[in-house]
Structures are given as structure tokens and as C-alpha cells.
Design a protein around this ligand. Structure first.
Ligand code: PLP
Length: 373
């Protein structure tokens, strides 16, 4: 059988967990947490990285930091995971869903400005499949209207945006805030896990407080205050050292993992672009985006042709899967949606198919999958 995903272990995960256990310090914000956070800040230019228990939790921290409250409006793509919207709904916000581009699930920036009202507080952008949204456009619009930009970079580790001036910026380093995921379906994993990135320096000290149950514990341990106590809202957002130790083993192998994933992605692309097939199109990368090989997907011209391919692959014990269901039509939110029709989001809901992509997938298996398609 070829599964859709298979978590990859580098071999050092249990060794580092054992080290964490032996060290006697297994709660959060210890040696492995710091190693991981320093790695991210140094490699990708994030102002402040804080490991979290999931990307969902990191997004909740974003919602608190952006002071989202009752009746504030937050612009979110409809074609995304529930958490991109849920974190803001929990703060009482109204979600204004925005459609995807025609040829790419990322948000259509050309229709963004007309959705902004005096109540709009933030724009959440999702770098689908690790492919950058048009961040120059988005940041310009956000600055003009004084909005926070929150990058849902759950799928976007080690991927970049090339700005108009030619500068190469890591995804997650551009918005005021960003959230990453280390869920076992992502490129770099810790089972469940995530990270908050704070690029707006004004938000860093509050982020540390929210991270540690609303206390100033982090600055206490740095010796900046002589006692710590309850100073703000927050929760227990930080992961234990056991999770961070696992993550560190993955990060040490980031280049190796990325190289292999990109090879698999290129193999899919090469085989499937050999002859054009009128039933589907291949992913299109804008000039301003790099590819981190998070996902290989096809967009079919109908739900029927997608269903036929899923069944065909299943006959050969190969699991391919569709992805999000438009959030503006979800059971939870459809009656709160303002009624706008979001055609592209609905089309990706019906027609996008994800193919198996994981470290141990072999080129021959990719070839089998592409020939069946
Ligand atoms: C995976 C994912 C999430 C959720 O990540 P968790 O770590 O499971 O909370 C959120 N947004 C997007 C776009 C994702 O792909």
C-alpha cells in the first residue's frame, strides 16, 4: 500500500527525548525549546520564535496579540483549515471570507481592499502548499488601512517570497505575526506541535506573557524582574521539552528532508507534464514564490474526474485525498457568512487532489502513480 502520508523519523528523536528526561527538566522553555527557537530566528530572520503546542494554539496567540474582540472583522480565505478562522472566532470576531485566485488556492489580493471596513482588524493569509501569497501587495494594503497581517504558515517552513525589490524573505518573517505547524502531516514534525513568530517588536514581550499563562515568568527567569505573577491574559501554550527534543532531531535534518521532498515533487511534475491531459492542470508557482515541496496537488476540471482518479488509485492501494471544504459553507459558519459567492474556493473544494508525498516515497512509486493517473 502507498499511504498518503507517512511520518518520517530521523533516528535521533528518542535519543534527544532521553537526554531531556535525563536532564531532569522536562517541562517547557528548557534547553531544547531554546535550541529550536534560536535555530528558527537565525536561519529565517524571525524576530522572535516561541514554540507552541500546535499551529492552532499559535493562531490563538495571534488573535489575542492583535487584540481581536467582539464584532471586529478578520479577513480569512475560505479555502483553508478550520483553525485559520476558528482562532479569531473564539475571540468573538466576525470572519469575512475571501476567495482564492483562479489558478492557485492562495487569496486573490485584487478583491481584498473592497472587503475592508472600519471594523476590519486583521488579514490572515495562508501560504497554501508552502507557496507564498503576494506579500508586497498585502503588506501595502495592511499598512494603508492600519491592519495586522497574520501569516498562517502552517505548511510554509523553509519557503520564501521574492519581493519587488528582489529581496528573498522567509515566509513567516513578513507579517506582524505568523504561525507554523509541526503536525505529523507537515514537512518537519513533532506529532502535534507549532510555533508562533512575532516580527512586530512591540508585541514580543506580551507574546512571552501570553505563552506562559499570563505571567511574566520568562522575564523573571532572565533576571529582569525579581518576582513573577499574573499580569495579563494567556494560556499554557508552550510545549514540554519532550516535544521540543523530538523537534530538534528533525531540525538537524532539515536540509536532508527538504532535498528529498523536492526530488519527489520534481519527479511528479516531470512525469505529469510529459504529455498534457485535458482533465487536470498542474500546480502553478508565481514568480515571487519558491517551492518547499510541502504538497503535490492536481486541479481537475470536474468533481467526477477527480473522483474517478481517487477510485483508480485506490484499486491499486494508493491513497490520494482531496483537501479543504469551503469554510463559508461549513455547518458552523454558513449562516453567519454574508452570502457572497466564492467560486474559486468552491472549485478547489471539488476539484483539488493531493497525491502521496513523504520522505520514504520512492521514485518508482511516483512513476507508478503518475502512469495510473
Ligand atoms: C495543518 C494546518 C493548520 C493546523 O495545524 P495544527 O498544528 O494541527 O494546529 C492550520 N492551518 C493550516 C493552513 C494547516 O495546513
Amino acid at each position: 500500500m502507498i499511504p498518503f502520508n507517512k511520518p518520517y523519523l530521523t533516528g535521533n528523536e528518542t535519543k534527544y527525548i532521553e537526554e531531556a528526561v535525563q536532564s531532569g527538566k522536562i517541562s517547557g522553555n528548557g534547553i531544547f525549546t531554546k535550541k529550536c527557537q534560536d535555530f528558527f530566528e537565525a536561519k529565517y530572520g524571525f524576530k522572535k520564535a516561541l514554540l507552541a503546542t500546535s499551529c492552532t494554539d499559535a493562531l490563538e496567540m495571534c488573535a489575542i496579540l492583535a487584540n481581536i474582540g467582539i464584532d471586529d472583522e478578520v479577513i480569512v480565505p475560505s479555502y483553508t483549515f478550520v483553525s485559520s478562522a476558528l482562532a479569531f472566532v473564539r475571540q468573538g470576531a466576525k470572519i469575512v471570507f475571501v476567495d482564492s485566485q483562479r489558478n492557485n488556492p492562495n487569496i486573490d489580493t485584487s478583491i481584498l481592499e473592497e472587503l475592508i471596513t472600519p471594523k476590519t482588524k486583521a488579514i490572515v493569509v495562508v501560504h497554501y502548499a508552502g507557496v507564498a501569497c503576494d506579500m508586497d501587495e498585502i503588506m501595502e494594503l495592511a499598512n494603508k488601512h492600519n491592519l495586522y497581517v497574520i501569516e498562517d504558515a502552517a505548511q510554509a517552513i523553509d519557503s520564501f517570497y521574492i519581493s519587488k525589490t528582489g529581496e528573498k524573505k522567509a515566509l513567516g518573517s513578513i507579517g506582524h505575526l505568523a504561525a507554523f505547524s509541526f503536525h505529523e502531516t507537515k514537512n518537519i514534525i513533532s506529532g502535534e506541535g507549532g510555533m508562533l513568530v512575532v516580527n512586530d517588536e512591540n508585541l514580543i514581550s506580551r507574546a512571552e506573557i501570553i505563552w506562559e499563562k499570563g505571567t511574566n515568568r520568562a522575564s523573571f527567569f532572565r533576571g529582569e524582574v525579581n518576582k513573577y505573577g499574573w499580569v495579563d491574559t494567556g494560556s499554557s501554550f508552550l510545549p514540554s521539552e519532550i516535544i521540543s527534543a523530538f523537534l530538534w532531531a528533525q531540525l538537524e535534518n532539515l536540509e536532508k528532508i527538504q532535498t528529498k521532498r523536492k526530488l519527489i515533487w520534481e519527479t511528479y511534475h516531470k512525469h505529469l507534464s510529459e504529455k498534457t491531459n485535458p482533465n487536470f492542470s498542474l500546480p502553478e508557482l508565481p514568480d515571487y514564490a519558491t517551492n518547499n515541496a510541502h504538497m503535490f496537488y492536481l486541479v481537475f476540471n470536474s468533481l467526477e474526474s477527480r473522483t474517478a482518479v481517487i477510485s483508480k488509485l485506490k484499486e491499486h492501494n494508493i491513497l490520494s485525498v482531496f483537501h479543504y471544504l469551503s469554510l463559508h459553507k461549513s455547518e458552523f459558519y454558513h449562516d453567519k457568512h454574508d452570502g457572497r459567492i466564492l467560486n474559486n474556493s468552491d472549485r478547489f473544494t471539488d476539484c483539488l487532489l493531493r497525491l502521496p508525498l513523504y520522505y520514504e516515497l520512492e521514485p518508482e512509486q511516483v512513476q507508478l502513480i503518475t502512469s495510473l493517473i
